[in-house]
Design a protein around this ligand. Sequence first.
Ligand SMILES: [Fe+2]
Length: 418
Amino acid sequence: MRTFEDLRWPAADMTRIPFAAYRERAIYEQEQERIFRGRTWNYLALEAEVPDPGSYVTSYLGDTPVVVSRDADGQLHAFVNRCAHRGAIVRREAQGQANEHVCCYHQWTYNLQGDLIAVPFRRGVKGKGGLPPDFDTARHSLRKLRVQSYSGAIFGTLSPDVEPLEDYLDEPMCAQLERLLHKPVRVLGYQRQVVHGNWKLYADNLRDPNHGGLLHMFQITFGIARLSNWGGARMDRRHRHNISFTAESTATLGKDDYQQTSRGDGQIKLENAAMLHYRPEFPDPMSLSIMSIFPNVVFHQIGNSLATRQIRTRSESEFEIYWTYYGYPDDDESMTEHRLQQANLAGPGGYISMEDGEAIELVHKALVREQDAYSFVEIGGRGEPADQDTLVTEVPMRGFWMAWRELMSTPSTPQERP
Ligand SMILES: [Fe+2]
C-alpha cells in the first residue's frame, strides 16, 4: 500500500498528477491528519443555521463529525461530535435547539461550550459503583475546535498554528464572501449527494471551468455558460482557492434567444425559460461564479441560485456533497420562488451538475489499475499558476495540487491528548 511519501511528481508545476493519489487508503488517512485536521480552516456552516442562543448544527471536518453550537451569550463554539466517555456521537440531529448536549449512550451531559457538566450515577448507588473520587469533569470536555466566522460563514480548525482565517482565505476570496454574504442570509433548503469517487476528483472538477462548456450540455444549449463567454478564474496568492466565473449572454446569444436556442437542430426547447434568467443582484456582471475554498467548500452562484457545498469525505472512494441553498430575508416571494426554481440547476439531479458526479465516478473507476500513470493537466498552459482570462483552462487545478502536496509534505504536530 502506497503512502504520500511513495508518490512521484514528474512535474513541479503539477501538470502531472499521480493516479495513486486518488486511490490509496493510506493516503486518505494521511489527508485526514495533514489536511482536514491539519493546518487548514474548514468551512462548517452558515451563521444563519445557528441563529439563536442554544442553536446547533452538525457538520464535518473531512470525516470527523463536529457540532457547531451557539452558547447563551451568543458566542460560537465547535467541538468534535464524540463523547469523551466511550466515543459515541453526541448530537445525531442535523440541527436543532438545546440547553445542553446529552450523549444518548450513558447520558454524559455537556454544556453549549462543550464542557462536561454531568455524569449520571457518578457516585454510584448506595456507595457502590460510580466513578473514582478523583474524577475531574474539567478533564473530559468534548474536543474543541478553534472557530471563526467570516461574513457569516463559519470555519473551524483543529490546528494550533494555522494562520488567521482572513490570511488563509486571502483575496479575492474574502471579497467574494462579502459579495455573496453582503447581508444576513436565510437558508432555503438542503440537498445531499453521495459520489462514489475520491473527493479530490471533485476538487479538480471545480477548478476546471473548461469542462463546464463541454460536459454540461444544458448550459451550452441554453446559453448559461459557454467557453466563448467572457469569464475566467481568479486565485489567492498561493493558488489554493479559486473562483471560476462567467456572465450569460456574453457570447453569441442574447437573453431573448434562449427559448429558441437549441443544439443546432431546433428540437430542444424549454417549456419554462424563466429558470434561465438571471435577475441582476450584484454590482458586477458575474451571473455564474463557483468559488472553491481549500479544502472543503464551494460557494456557488448559478444565476440567482446561491448555495454552499460542503465536501464530507468518507473514504478514498466516497464522499458526500452537502448543499445548503440560501437567499436573503428581504427577498420577495417571487425572488424566493425564482431561487428555488433555479436550485434545480444544481444538486444531485441538477441540470448542470448531475454530470459532475458521473464524470468523477467514470474517472475513479478507471483509476483502479495503472496507478503509476499520471493525469495530464496542460490546458491553459504550464508553469506557475496565474489568474486566467479564459474558461478554456484547468490551471487552477494545479494550484490545488501544489497546496495539497505542500500540506501533505508537512506532518502536523500531534494534537491528541493522552
Ligand atoms: Fe461541472
